[in-house]
Design a protein around this ligand. Sequence first.
Ligand SMILES: *[C@@H]1O[C@H](CO)[C@@H](O)[C@H](O)[C@H]1NC(C)=O
Ligand SMILES: *[C@@H]1O[C@H](CO)[C@@H](O)[C@H](O)[C@H]1NC(C)=O
Ligand SMILES: *[C@@H]1O[C@H](CO)[C@@H](O)[C@H](O)[C@H]1NC(C)=O
Ligand SMILES: *[C@@H]1O[C@H](CO)[C@@H](O)[C@H](O)[C@H]1NC(C)=O
Ligand SMILES: *[C@@H]1O[C@H](CO)[C@@H](O)[C@H](O)[C@H]1NC(C)=O
Ligand SMILES: *[C@@H]1O[C@H](CO)[C@@H](O)[C@H](O)[C@H]1NC(C)=O
Ligand SMILES: *[C@@H]1O[C@H](CO)[C@@H](O)[C@H](O)[C@H]1NC(C)=O
Ligand SMILES: *[C@@H]1O[C@H](CO)[C@@H](O)[C@H](O)[C@H]1NC(C)=O
Length: 488
Amino acid sequence: MMRAIGLRSGWTFFTLLICSLISLLVLLLRHTTAAQSHKKNCNLFRGSWIEDETNNYPLYNSTHCPFIEHEFNCQRNGRPDKDYLKYRWKPHGCSLTRFDGGAFLKKFKGKSIMFVGDSLSRNQWLSLVCLLYTSQPKANYNTTRVGDVSIFTFLGNWIYDNSYPFYNSSICSFIEGQFNCQGNGRPDKLYLKYKWKPNACELPKFEGLEFLKRVKGKKIMFIGDSLSLNQWQSLTCMLHAAFPKLNYTLQRKGDVSNFVFQDHNVSLILSRNAFLVDLVKEKIGRVLKLDSIQNGDAWKGFDMLIFNTWHWWLHKGSQQSWDFIQKGDQIYKDMDRLVAFKEGLKTWSNWVESNIDPTKTRVFFQGISPTHYSGKEWNASKPSSNCNGETQPISGSVYPGGPMAATTIVKEIIGNMSKPVTLLDITLLSQLRKDGHPSIYGMNNNNGTKIKKGNDCSHWCLAGVPDTWNQLFYALLLDQQTKSSNTI
Ligand SMILES: *[C@@H]1O[C@H](CO)[C@@H](O)[C@H](O)[C@H]1NC(C)=O
Ligand SMILES: *[C@@H]1O[C@H](CO)[C@@H](O)[C@H](O)[C@H]1NC(C)=O
Ligand SMILES: *[C@@H]1O[C@H](CO)[C@@H](O)[C@H](O)[C@H]1NC(C)=O
Ligand SMILES: *[C@@H]1O[C@H](CO)[C@@H](O)[C@H](O)[C@H]1NC(C)=O
Ligand SMILES: *[C@@H]1O[C@H](CO)[C@@H](O)[C@H](O)[C@H]1NC(C)=O
Ligand SMILES: *[C@@H]1O[C@H](CO)[C@@H](O)[C@H](O)[C@H]1NC(C)=O
Ligand SMILES: *[C@@H]1O[C@H](CO)[C@@H](O)[C@H](O)[C@H]1NC(C)=O
Ligand SMILES: *[C@@H]1O[C@H](CO)[C@@H](O)[C@H](O)[C@H]1NC(C)=O
């Protein structure tokens, strides 16, 4: 029996990694009962077994399914006859659709499917895992077993692609010095050449014209810290590079930058805002108000909003931008930063619930962008090392340092919302890119003057990883029409 867990509907909680991430879980608990036919005029459960004339059966060869359990692997255990493999179930009055692994993965992208039952559930679960695996033999996958729960997940990885990067940063005259790694003298270029390859599908190629068509007449606002700046700048460079002759204007007013393609009437707006909730100067000092979000007045009337917040919640010492935290009437000198982050996000989610009309505004959350300051997270040869000097991604789909707690919180909050918010789940794919940061090549000004000394393992070079975030964003825009069909 299939059941979606923890998900309300396809696009309320449609993470992006998702087309690469299908989890099949099995929990051995109790016996399950029969399913119902989904076809109206044909009872799929009444029929007979016939020998398959097309020679398509069996649907897979068990020796090619690496995780099949011995108890089910009859051929490997020496069963001599093979005829039993050749039969296909034929309902009276219709035919069963042939199992199509690719279509299955597409339909259930981003879903978790759980089989709950005894060893016969395990039997069915393994059959499905083998069917899907055989349809994607080159896919990366992860199987784990924790107690009674087994999980099978399709993942993605970074592969070399000579057609990358999307643009040469030298063409993007308005690029901020901090992202212009090549312009700042970064000597290696391999990091520019990687493409994210989800395993259960291909990311669509970024087509600048198609993007502009889809968003014609629209105002798109990125709201968040400098990682929002990073993604916004990536998108403006990608589009400008696709159409260098297209007229644009770029205006900055205070914390808001507006990049406009007049001919398509498209505005890409960046609003710098580190916490989303309010940071207010009061008599006692700077107060971060976890349950106040008057900032939100400036976010109304846009066609798309892409939010992000995280990094500033962690800063301490001179980097900390508040003196006190306020929740309700309580004033705190400090608190667990994850707890504060969660409270802030709850306030943000309430703002979305009460202020967003989903027929007018589409809301995204740019997922948590990871840093690479600690080499022991990815098993670097020197645990004291950081992103500086890293020239290649981590191969495969697993970040040795494990998932980020902040991502778990984001998913929990978004999963709890009734208004649709799409999570750009960029965390894992970015975690694998220890090579993608500016490191010591992020601190120059546009004209080459050093403005700060340091090592930036937090932002990302452009061209680079945020271009892939935007490719994912683009894939979601293309997927917009089909979003209703993502619901199980
Ligand atoms: C399955 O594959 C193995 C090795 O490729 C082959 O020896 C075996 O005959 C195949 N089994 C069936 C039932 O086709
Ligand atoms: C598979 O995923 C689990 C849970 O996310 C993780 O702990 C484990 O290291 C992964 N397995 C492999 C082989 O990478
Ligand atoms: C970008 O263009 C400049 C000027 O045309 C060229 O010198 C440089 O090698 C190019 N960079 C890359 C990474 O291709
Ligand atoms: C541009 O789009 C806005 C809606 O965002 C619309 O009100 C305006 O009329 C459009 N302008 C032109 C010149 O098409
Ligand atoms: C850019 O704007 C100028 C002046 O408004 C106009 O003549 C030109 O056709 C525009 N270029 C493009 C590619 O639309
Ligand atoms: C880390 O490196 C050590 C030594 O090279 C190796 O034995 C170990 O398996 C690695 N661990 C991971 C998670 O890659
Ligand atoms: C999710 O919603 C439920 C019911 O409204 C609430 O009890 C729970 O605290 C919420 N969880 C989070 C993380 O907001
Ligand atoms: C580089 O730009 C900075 C400010 O953007 C300016 O102060 C400095 O004089 C410039 N240096 C040169 C050599 O133009």
